[in-house]
Write a protein that binds this ligand. Structure first.
Ligand code: ZN
Ligand code: ZN
Length: 338
């Protein structure tokens, strides 16, 4: 049992609130990535290196459970994030099944849920400043296979896009360009090392946004593009921003935003592009991204991405602010009961 210290409000929560995600067993307790203090345990808990995690430890946990490790997806395809048994705290868990969401004072950790102590030097707000965007973007950057010296364009400047910009730099990108908005989020992108930004709230013509990238890449396009915007039309735009034989990872379309049309000849075949989807993240992405955060926190100061903290009773307001993009990272913080 975890005493919740903070849980995040992310774009997915807004989609959940609007009923735009399939297969959600409403009513739910939202909040999939959370941080808290280990309150009670049924037996000894240990981390993946076999070290004991004592009661009272400051921890987070991998928010996925139930992935079976024995189905076709898990064993043959080795694509555990597509396991049909996979369930996610705060998203595919019903409130009738227990305290399985972070917008609460307590979270029940199911047997097998992997607990991760926060590394030395990180506190609640550091980790939550990254939130689910941290492992999600880490996974996307891994998929993108960035090479030393690459120019990377990130579409979207929400938490996933900003973390993608961070990990692209750490993966060896020479330059990172961010296409997103509003200005507050782009200011964060610049602080995190984006060489240049394009504000979609000002530059409303998609062709002009493509030119923004082409002008900075010798007319060729970026070596790698990562879509983290959630807007379906961004995918066609991104295919025009990436160079011939480049790589494109789509990680922002977490909900069904509708259809777009593209030109298979021009956008895919002749372009000789690698187009990859990226669904969720595995334990390894959370584990490694957490260690990367601990190593690089002085440089990127994740906690500064937190715009506002809300009481449990202000959850409606938090969702409204997130839907309007007036916050970068929003947290729900239950009252402290010591
Ligand atoms: Zn999330
Ligand atoms: Zn499985």
């Amino acid at each position: 049992m975890l005493q919740v210290l903070a849980s995040e409000v992310c774009g997915t929560d807004v989609h959940l609130h609007h009923g735009r995600l399939a297969g959600v067993p409403y009513p739910i307790i939202p909040g999939h990535v959370s941080c808290g203090r280990l309150l009670e345990a049924n037996g000894a808990l240990s981390d993946v290196e076999g070290r004991e995690i004592p009661l009272g430890s400051l921890v987070t946990f991998y928010d996925v459970f139930g992935s079976c490790g024995s189905c076709w997806h898990c064993l043959v395809a080795k694509a555990a994030t597509r396991c049909p048994q996979r369930r996610v705290y705060g998203i595919t868990t019903s409130a009738t099944d227990g305290l399985l969401g972070g917008w609460a004072e307590r979270i029940e950790l199911k047997p097998g849920v992997r607990v991760l102590p926060l590394p030395e030097g990180l506190d609640v707000l550091d980790f939550m400043g990254g939130g689910c965007g941290l492992p999600t973007a880490f996974h996307a950057v891994e998929r993108a296979g960035i090479a030393l010296g690459d120019t990377v364009v990130v579409q979207g400047s929400g938490p996933v896009g900003l973390n993608a910009a961070i990990f692209a730099s750490l993966a060896g990108a020479l330059r990172v360009l961010v296409v997103g908005g509003p200005p507050q989020r782009l200011a964060a992108a610049r602080r995190l090392g984006a060489e240049d930004v394009c504000d979609v709230t000002q530059v409303t013509d998609p062709a002009q946004r493509v030119r923004f990238v082409l002008e900075r890449t010798g007319g060729r396009g970026a070596d790698v593009a990562i879509e983290a915007s959630g807007n379906p039309s961004a995918v066609v735009e991104g295919l025009e921003m990436v160079r011939d034989a480049g790589r494109y990872v789509v990680v922002g379309q977490y909900t069904d935003g509708g259809e777009v049309s593209l030109n298979p000849h021009r956008h895919l075949n002749r372009k000789h592009v690698s187009l990859l989807g990226c669904w969720g993240y595995e334990y390894t992405h959370l584990y490694r991204s957490l260690l990367m955060m601990a190593r690089h926190n002085a440089r990127f100061r994740w906690r500064e991405l937190i715009t506002r903290e809300y009481e449990l009773t202000e959850a409606g307001q938090a969702l409204e602010d997130m839907a309007r993009l007036s916050v970068v990272k929003a947290l729900i913080r239950p009252p402290r009961v010591d």
